[in-house]
Every structure is written in structure tokens, then in C-alpha cells.
Design a protein around this ligand. Sequence first.
Ligand code: SAH
Length: 218
Amino acid sequence: MAARDTAPFAQARQELVERVRRQGVHDPRVLAALARVPRHCFVPEALAVQAYRDTSLPIGRDQTISQPSIVGLMTEAVAVQATDRVLELGTGSGYQTAILAELAAKVFTIERIHSLATAAHHRLDELGYTNVVFRIADGTFGWAEHAPYQVIVVAAAAPEVPAPLLAQLDAGGRLVIPVGSGDVQELMLVKRTRDGFERQPLLPCRFVRLVGRHGWTE
Ligand code: SAH
């Protein structure tokens, strides 16, 4: 499957990284991770030639792979350190998971749709990632067993920040999540300080819904 090889898309991927840089992502570690992860392996084969455009794309089951510049901005915002344990909600294709796995010590990722989770798991195994743990569940409960997390990344839009995620965020931890009820939401950065939580709106964004007990009902 020549289209799945990394090499033919090397130049397209480098151009995408330049574009993400122009969108305001400056952390060299984040840009290097974007340069390493072969995004065309995360989309349906028929869409492989579109994989290096800075857009979201359908991945089946009414879900989408996130837009690369948004993945870059979210990853930069949570300032992932090499020793961090990361919780991710909404594995989807596993693209953001791979970017996080490039930067963190360990990534715990939760997806509610079985077929997407299974495909992402196989994909990341094939690409050689060994620091990712997968779970099929409603991620709005978090994953208490492995808490606390230094970083939490939510890749689907919620009406409010789910309370269990705040409880599972480490002191000094960073959480990024799209919050809002409409088609356009606000990407929020939440930091846990000694006195509580600091919230900072980052930018408007458009994500699929976070469906679950502490998200939307459907
Ligand atoms: N970052 C992913 C984005 C996937 S879209 C990528 O680049 O591929 C968001 C994903 O969140 C969808 O796959 C959707 O099924 C999932 N999702 C929605 N609600 C969820 C929940 N409560 N728990 C876990 N995953 C959820």
C-alpha cells in the first residue's frame, strides 16, 4: 500500500508543519511531533491525498479527525512534559493520541465508539507507539484508576467542563476542552493552581459533541 508509506508525503507534511507554525504554534517539540506523525495513516485510504491539508476530515461513524493546527494549538496550550501522564478523551482516529505519545511519558485515551477505538489501537501499534493505553468507555467520568494527570485533552465539545476531569487533574495540571452549546465553541484552557482552577478562553473552534453522563445526552 504505497499510499500508506511515510516517505511520499514527507514534503506535504513539512508544508503542513509550516502552515501550523503560521497559525501560531511555536513550541519546537510540538512542531517536531507534527512533523513525525504520518497523518495520512489516520484517515480512510481514499482521503490520504487530503491528509496534509489543514482541515478536519471524516473518519466514519459521523466523527472527524481534528484539524492539525487545532491539534497543534491544543498540544502547545497544555505544555506537555516528557514525564507527564496524559488523559485524552475522544481517541477518534488516534492522531492527537500519537502527537501526545510523542511528547509525554504515558497517554491514557478513551473512546466511546468501539470500531474507532479498535482501529486507532491497531494503527498506533503498527506505528510503534508503546506508551498508550486504550479504553472503550464514556470518558466523561475520566479514568480514576490512573489519576492524577498532569495533562487532560478533550477532543469533543462539552456543555461544561466535566467535574470528574477537574477532580483528576494534578496540582499544576493543564486541561484543554472545547466548551459551548452551539456549532461553534470556545476552546478553554483550565489550570489547577494552589487556590483552585484558572480558566482561560483560547479561541473559537468547532468540534463534534462529547456524548456521555457529564457531556451531552446525544
Ligand atoms: N482527536 C481525534 C478527534 C476525534 S473526534 C482525532 O484527531 O481523530 C472526537 C471523538 O470523541 C469521536 O471519535 C467521538 O466518538 C469521541 N467521543 C465523544 N464523546 C465521548 C465520550 N464521552 N467518551 C469518549 N469519547 C467520546
